[in-house]
Write a protein that binds this ligand. Sequence first.
Ligand code: ZN
Length: 259
Amino acid sequence: MDLRQIFHSEYELLFMEAAGFAGKGGLEMFFRAALLTLGLNVVCAIHAQSQHVEVVAKDLPEPVPVEGRDIALVFDDGPLSSTTPQVLDLLKKFGMHATFSVVGKNVEAFPDIAKRIAADGHEIVNQTYSHPDPELTSHEDFLAEVDRAQEVIRKITGVSPVYFCPPDGELRDDLVLLVRSKGYLILEPTLDSGDWRSPPAGEVGRVVLEGVTPGAVILFHDSFPKSVAELPGIVEKLSQRGYRSLTLSELRSGAKKGK
Ligand SMILES: [Zn+2]
């Protein structure tokens, strides 16, 4: 539930109460609801503004230096039966390859979809077994999460991921070193679609289509139905503009030498 929903529910409740108490206290509740409405608008305005600033200003690495218009679309937090197959169908339709940063327990829950990701030529990335909060997880437990996910992915898909993706997008330096010491490369998006913030309709497309440049590694979540619903329009426009998604490893191996 986001901030807006919480405020809306409380606001509706107050008006319902006020309506019920036509007499004593009703007027007071009406004023409280009115005040809350004012608060809601202020909070939403601040919220919307901070969302926009974050999307634009977040400090992400530079795009991979490439020839041509190659990019890498990344899908986080799946696979899920409700949304991932639609993403796979779409990528197939446009002849694009993507990177799926999967959660081990979802791979266990939906093995056929995980197998299809690999069979369709997409790259699979390890994003821990249960998506724990890295801040609340010891080094030992964090490594156990990574190992367990790697084992589940290997058993089910036959693929051993070379990339690791931090569960919350960012990882403390000590954990980066820890994961690298195990031989993993760290997946770092260069453009965040912001779909995880549940922005208004059209915003994900705007961010992606305004922000895309050759070599961009663009982060989406196949776990958000709203974001998946907007994806066909976005992929079609990218394709019309000559962009082609490769897997992250393909994008990196095709990168210009010496940069
Ligand atoms: Zn995640």
